[in-house]
Design a protein around this ligand. Structure first.
Ligand SMILES: [Zn+2]
Length: 294
């Protein structure tokens, strides 16, 4: 079975909330599967946004199974393959292909300092093309809209390779401390290094940090000595190193509790009167959430 059949088979047999967040440029469904142990914290984990990194879709199925059987708290929305058109190209024609079916690199197509990344290119290609405008692609739109609907407390994006964790995108103050702290916890459970990517913009993680003000992480699996595309022989090691990522993240988010809600709330706050009334609404909502959790 290829990875498309694996996902479809898994999806068909999955006994829980599941659905489609949208369709790719070539009209392939982009599936999600939700595992709900408690209402909060809410996390989105997404995989295979870059075509040649299809090994991460296998990791998705492993992590869904594991969290389903051993997870104790939280709600996790898994999106095992954001870029099905690109993965098809990478599997059948161009093994090193990264973009979607229309030659746009989805992880530079989000509205977060769009077009300001060092490696960005402005013409259609196998990698790094930013698109005609932010959210020009159906896949990035689908993930954006799903994220806004679900309103997660944090997100994780799986990529490869390098065994590194990225967390930074111009956060300031306590949010910076919080996000770095969580990245360090994830580093402890995976053994991966926490790294900065100062010249990278327009990614899903960047947009989550900038627009939603939540902690968001890119985890690069697979040793840097490996060669793209990573084969299934790498999967066992990747799964082992990432088996505690979701539980760890939920545990830390639980500790931050209301702090995350405050940060989520800031994004909807305006200045002056609107801000104050939004604050009051937010306070009521937070109290309600807090009561619901205790
Ligand atoms: Zn990638």
């Amino acid at each position: 079975m290829n990875i498309f059949d694996n996902i479809k088979d898994f999806y068909d047999n999955f006994d829980g909330e599941k659905g489609i967040i949208g369709f790719s440029a070539l009209n392939k469904p982009i599936y999600y599967l939700a595992v709900k142990k408690s209402p909060r914290p809410v996390v989105i984990v997404q995989y295979a946004m870059h075509a040649r990194e299809h090994i991460t879709a296998h990791l998705a199925l492993y992590q869904i199974r594991r969290f389903n059987s051993t997870g104790k708290r939280g709600t996790v929305y898994f999106v095992p393959m954001v870029n099905p058109d690109g993965v098809k190209i990478a599997l059948n024609k161009k093994p090193l292909y990264k973009a979607n079916g229309r030659g746009v690199d989805l992880n530079v197509n989000f509205d977060a300092r769009w077009g300001k990344g060092k490696l960005n290119v402005k013409i259609i290609g196998d990698e790094n093309f930013i698109g005609e405008r932010p959210f020009s692609e159906p896949e990035s739109v689908a993930l954006r809209d799903f994220t806004l609907k679900v309103s997660p407390d944090a997100t994780v994006s799986y990529h490869c390779k390098g065994e590194e964790i990225y967390w930074e995108f111009f956060q300031k103050g306590w949010r910076r401390v919080r996000d770095k702290n969580i990245a360090e916890k994830l580093s402890m459970v995976t053994g991966y290094a926490v790294k900065s990517t100062p010249n990278s913009c327009g990614g899903y993680k960047d947009w989550c940090v900038q627009a939603l003000k939540i902690p968001a992480f890119t985890i690069e699996v697979g040793n840097d000595d490996l060669i793209h595309p990573l084969g299934k022989e790498c999967l066992k090691d990747i799964c082992e190193k990432n088996e505690n990522v979701i539980d760890c993240l939920i545990g830390v988010l639980d500790k931050y509790g209301n702090k995350i809600y405050e940060s989520r709330h800031i994004r909807s706050g305006k200045s002056g009167k609107n801000r104050r009334s939004a604050d009051r609404r937010g306070n009521r909502k937070r109290r309600k959430n807090y009561c619901a959790r205790t």
